[in-house]
Design a protein around this ligand. Structure first.
Ligand SMILES: Cc1cc2nc3c(=O)[nH]c(=O)nc-3n(C[C@H](O)[C@H](O)[C@H](O)COP(=O)(O)OP(=O)(O)OC[C@H]3O[C@@H](n4cnc5c(N)ncnc54)[C@H](O)[C@@H]3O)c2cc1C
Ligand SMILES: NC(=O)c1ccc[n+]([C@@H]2O[C@H](COP(=O)([O-])OP(=O)(O)OC[C@H]3O[C@@H](n4cnc5c(N)ncnc54)[C@H](OP(=O)(O)O)[C@@H]3O)[C@@H](O)[C@H]2O)c1
Length: 546
């Protein structure tokens, strides 16, 4: 495919509208496509527009393009849909808009699926009151749940002027065990293998799970949901801090059981500080009240997990039932699947970075990554589900080339893609960009990848090591060096994929792609950005970022 440079995109967005130049360009490009005004551009369909600008359509997606155009005119998309944008800025952009738009702006904007929805659908479900849980957005954390709570309170007290849109019904497939977070299945943990060699500062595990008996299947590109259990040492420490008996009955369970897999012991929720404020007096009471209101009297609020909060107010003796009530439910975590059922029948593999860090004198552990990376044993049954990818899949045409950009654990779905392409004999070319800290100890799946390259399956393997030398080398640096070849692959119809860190890497990779298109296709920057939007619309540029 040869693509020629284009004329500048006409402006639909007034200069006074509250957007950055990048957002304005992007929206102008989108609207040009929607209305088919830019010569040679295929207008986007309503469905494409709604996906590229989540929430463009106020209700469930409609098939009528005119409806999409009307909606675009009334509501200029979701300019806050950027995971790197701080929440206050997002809320400012959503100010004065309908409540469901402000609910959406409060989400972490990763569309990661961890809550069981994408950001827009979660907002719609809250607005339609078919979803009551305000604390499902794990990446958004307390900031998101607090904002949702405030918006929700406003929603409860305001007189209803509009009928909430109907929430999308649960697809029948999701009602089967293992197909959604609300209906998990049981699978057996098989094994873990460390992917880093001695000398690494990382702790990354290849995990295998046996699906026999779970009646769960998946497609490469999907993610796998895991319900973890808290570290028993942490549970013991919490029990000691509230001086409560582990066997205290709570409904049909014990306090220890609830603390183990019922509630989150990570960030201390506002409700816990509210409870503490009722159990203390004087200055301590005031402090707990301020923490419950989201203030930070001692400058340590961000570091207070449940145990640290209890240590900050030593000697409180909450009623165990009230204590459990005050904590957030323990949420499942998602991992990109790094295997293919075609080469690993009855199994699923994951590639998991164990989150461990110090705050003060205490070593903290990410609940699920260290559950998989240490606490669960071979043969143990774990609660799991498959989170279907919405737009992260191999091209339907197996002869299409793919460019995969996956530093760190971002390699996971690409290992699965390569296994699948190997098993199906897909003739398309495969180019992998992998990067990590050090070549001698952080080259995940090294032998396997080198074999794939030797066998010709992996047409190109480009590596970027950030801590081998004095200067950081990231995947996007290597992409820029090889920009001409990347553009030639794109011109010939390649699909591009990116997986891994959402906050910095994915943004930087996208910026590098824009530069490559500018440098090698003769397009202007605006045209290059518009071109990327078109690639996204055609499912030729897909991301799985977290
Ligand atoms: C679609 C999707 C796919 C994913 N795929 C993968 C994958 O393939 N591999 C993978 O490893 N992960 C993946 N993740 C991330 C994964 O779901 C978890 O978020 C991750 O494992 C951490 O969860 P945890 O329960 O171990 O940590 P948590 O208990 O949730 O703790 C993590 C939190 O700890 C805090 N924290 C972490 N480090 C520090 C620090 N140094 N200082 C202070 N605070 C800190 C941060 O608040 C962070 O949010 C994916 C996520 C999504 C949404
Ligand atoms: N909250 C955070 O600050 C933070 C940071 C990183 C990862 N994470 C999370 O930690 C988990 C696992 O991470 P991981 O094991 O996949 O590896 P990772 O920590 O994301 O690192 C993988 C590689 O990416 C490099 N990198 C850092 N910034 C980059 C950027 N802007 N562009 C391109 N590459 C960049 C790293 O280099 P250097 O480390 O040498 O810079 C490293 O070589 C993920 O859940 C991820 O989202 C969180």
């Amino acid at each position: 495919m040869s693509v020629s440079p284009r004329a500048p995109i006409p402006s639909f967005i007034p200069e006074t509208a509250p957007f950055t130049p990048e957002q304005r360009t992007w929206l102008n490009g989108l609207l040009a496509g929607l209305f088919g005004l830019e010569e040679g551009i295929t207008p986007l369909s309503a469905a494409e527009a709604a996906r590229l600008v989540p929430g463009l359509l106020p209700g469930p997606p409609s098939s009528a393009d005119t409806k999409a155009a009307d909606a675009a005119a009334a509501d200029d998309g979701a300019p806050w849909h950027d995971p790197a944008m701080p929440l206050p800025e997002r809320m400012k952009l959503a100010d004065g808009r309908p409540l469901q738009r402000r609910l959406m702006a409060a989400m972490a904007q990763q569309d990661c699926g961890q809550c069981g929805y994408n950001c827009n659908d979660y907002a719609q479900a809250l607005f339609a009151k078919s979803e009551k849980r305000l604390n499902l957005c794990v990446p958004g954390g307390k900031e998101t749940s607090r904002t949702l709570k405030a918006l929700h309170q406003g929603m409860e007290s305001a007189p209803s002027t509009t009928t909430p849109a109907a929430a999308p019904a649960l697809p029948a497939a999701k009602a089967e065990p293992g197909r959604s977070r609300d209906n998990p299945a049981y699978a057996s943990f098989l094994s873990r293998r460390r992917l880093n060699k001695p000398g690494s500062q990382k702790e990354t595990w290849h995990i295998d799970i046996d699906l026999a008996g779970a009646d769960v299947d998946y497609t490469v590109g999907d993610s796998f949901g895991i319900f973890p259990a808290n570290d028993p040492h942490l549970v013991d420490a919490v029990l000691a801090a509230i001086d409560a008996p582990a066997e205290f009955p709570i409904a049909a369970r014990t306090l220890r059981e609830e603390l183990t897999d019922g509630v989150s012991l990570s960030p201390a929720p506002d409700m816990l500080f509210e409870l503490i404020s009722h159990l203390t007096g004087g200055e301590r009471k005031q402090k707990a009240k301020r923490l419950a209101a989201g203030q930070d009297p001692d400058g340590d609020a961000g570091a207070l997990d449940v145990l640290a909060a209890l240590h900050k107010f030593p000697g409180i003796r909450p009623d165990p039932e009230a204590f459990i009530e005050a904590l957030d439910p323990l949420q499942p975590r998602l991992y990109s699947i790094s295997s293919s059922l075609k080469t690993s029948p009855g199994r699923v593999s994951l590639t998991v970075d164990a989150v461990r860090y110090e705050i003060g004198a205490r070593l903290r552990h990410g609940v699920c990554s260290t559950f998989l990376g240490g606490r669960v044993s071979p043969g143990d049954k774990i609660k799991v589900y498959v989170q279907k990818a919405q737009h992260f899949a191999l091209p339907r045409d197996p002869s299409r080339s793919v460019i995969m950009i996956g530093p760190g654990t971002g390699i996971a779905p690409f290992r699965a893609f390569l296994h699948e392409r190997q098993a199906t004999g897909a003739p398309g070319r495969n180019w992998l960009f992998f990067g990590h800290q050090r070549s001698n100890c952080d080259f995940f799946y090294e032998e396997e990848l080198l074999e794939m390259r030797a066998a010709g399956l992996l047409t190109r393997l480009t590596l970027a090591w950030s801590r081998d030398g004095a200067k950081k080398v990231y995947v996007q640096h290597r992409m820029r060096e090889l920009g001409r070849d990347i553009w030639s692959w794109i011109e010939n119809g390649a699909h591009i994929y990116v997986c891994g860190d959402a906050l910095r890497m994915a943004k930087d990779v996208e910026a590098a792609l824009v530069d490559i298109i500018v440098d090698h296709s003769g397009r202007t920057r605006d045209q290059a950005m518009r071109f990327l939007v078109e690639l996204k619309a055609a499912d030729r540029y897909q991301a799985d970022v977290y």
